[in-house]
Design a protein around this ligand. Structure first.
Ligand code: HEM
Length: 414
């Protein structure tokens, strides 16, 4: 994907019998995401729907999608985020507390764990969520592993064979759906209606003003938990990798947090003042974006940057390639958080850094995500220095998201 830009702003690719259009110029990825001529569809989405459900916001289009976005949006609005502050703080500090100086940390499971706990506890609330969050972690981690294989290697019936890997995948997928049913049933039985996303989903009405169906409620919870966990988990893994590989920036994060907090534990309200920490998170997301590929399908004959795109064509673009493009970034492969300082950021072309995308499919969780990532980074870097240990595999693993293969680090108390 990174090399395609040399061939043009839109590149026609033959993938077996299929023609796919790859968009390589930042401005055109923005135009694609903002145009009504393209929808979410294509083979990758279809296989996703088969596993996770057809009625959730991430795969819906048209009026249903607009209605679903209206239902979930209030839970992610900028003014709703401080309400999640205490849970984010608690989870960030509990993570730092769980780790002991000198021991080896399995970053994959630890990052997944904190990501799922924050999403589940903030958005679905409830005390029971602690134990459920643990089960959700196990189910989601296994499902994500198997799902990518099923999306890109369509072996169809072979995935039904009673092999250990298939059985483990099926068990985890069944448990994920069961967990979601349990969460919904328990909330209903409790008779409580806290002001949260789950209440919004349970009270949602369809286009005719009738309550939405059980399947849609279920698929909506799945559609929020699944993108909410793997993306954050992968980003936290890359942040830990960055803290280990760039101790000078880890030290700057530590110093900034100390200056802002005066030595007390960092809290949610500090996040706005943690400019450098925020820039470190953004720069880490630039070089190692969790979401590395996005797809659309043309719904009519149209054009993009002067190139004709026929109706039904599948389009792909890669935030990874866009965010590492030497045409957009000076010293494009260098980890340089200061490129996000106000006087330098203006040199970066529009849409060259849109890790949450733009337009009607933009991630609803941009503020929610940035707040928790900044807080977790601040809490960890104030307490520890990190180093990779022997046997850690930090090469990039390509899956539904990009993450290190098997990152292992040792925290050393400051
Ligand atoms: C959609 C990125 C975290 C929920 C998206 C999209 C991107 C994205 C790029 C747009 C997909 C497209 O255009 O096809 C990220 C990144 C995250 C993150 C980089 C963290 C580092 C989260 C979290 C949640 C979430 C924490 C929920 C708790 C969603 C949902 C959609 C979405 C529901 C579908 C929106 C729609 O289709 O209308 N995300 N996301 N994301 N994200 Fe996120």
């Amino acid at each position: 994907m990174s090399r395609l830009r040399e061939h043009g702003d839109v590149v026609r690719l033959k993938l077996g019998p299929k023609t796919v259009y790859a968009v390589t110029a930042p401005a055109l990825t923005g135009a694609l995401a903002l145009s009504n001529d393209f929808i979410i569809a294509g083979p990758l989405w279809e296989s996703l729907e088969g596993l996770l459900g057809k009625e959730g916001v991430a795969t819906a289009n048209g009026p249903r999608h607009r209605r679903q976005r209206r239902t979930i949006q209030p839970a992610f609005r900028l003014d709703a985020i401080p309400g999640y502050g205490p849970i984010m703080e608690e989870e960030a500090h509990a993570l730092a507390e769980r780790w002991k100086s000198g021991e080896t940390i399995d970053c994959t499971s630890e990052s997944f764990r904190v990501a799922v706990r924050i999403a589940a506890r903030c958005l679905l609330r409830g005390e029971y969520m602690d134990e459920r969050a643990e089960r959700l972690c196990v189910a989601l981690a296994t499902v994500f592993r198997g799902m990518y294989r099923r999306m890109v290697v369509p072996l169809g019936p072979l995935y039904n064979l009673p092999l250990p890997a298939n059985r483990e995948f099926n068990r985890a997928l069944a448990d994920l759906h069961l967990l979601v049913d349990e969460i919904v049933a328990e909330r209903r039985a409790s008779g409580q209606k806290p002001d949260d996303l789950l209440t919004a989903l349970l009270e949602a009405k369809d286009e005719n003003g009738d309550p939405i169906g059980e399947q849609e409620i279920h698929d909506q919870v799945v559609a929020i938990l699944t993108p909410g966990s793997e993306t954050i988990a992968s980003t936290i893994m890359w942040l830990l990798h960055m803290l280990a590989e760039h101790p000078e920036h880890a030290d700057r994060v530590h110093d900034e947090v100390q200056a802002v907090t005066g030595g007390r534990p960092v809290v949610f309200a500090d996040v706005r003042g943690l400019r450098h920490t925020n820039n470190v998170v953004v720069e880490s997301m630039r070089l190692s974006p969790a979401v590395w590929i996005l797809t659309r399908r043309a719904v009519r004959d149209t054009e993009l940057g002067g190139y004709s795109i026929p109706s039904g064509a599948d389009i792909i673009y890669s935030p990874y390639a866009i965010q590492r493009d030497p045409k957009s970034y000076e010293r494009h492969l260098e980890f340089d958080p200061d490129r996000w300082l106000p006087d330098r950021v203006k040199d970066i072309p529009k849409h060259a850094m849109s890790p949450f995308s733009v337009g009607n499919r933009k991630c609803p969780s941009d503020h929610f995500s940035m707040a928790q990532l900044t807080l977790v980074t601040a809490a960890l870097a104030t307490r520890y220095r990190f180093e990779q240990v022997a046997g850690s595999k930090d090469a990039t693993r390509v899956g539904i998201t990009l993450r290190p293969h098997d990152l292992r680090v040792r925290p050393v108390a400051r």
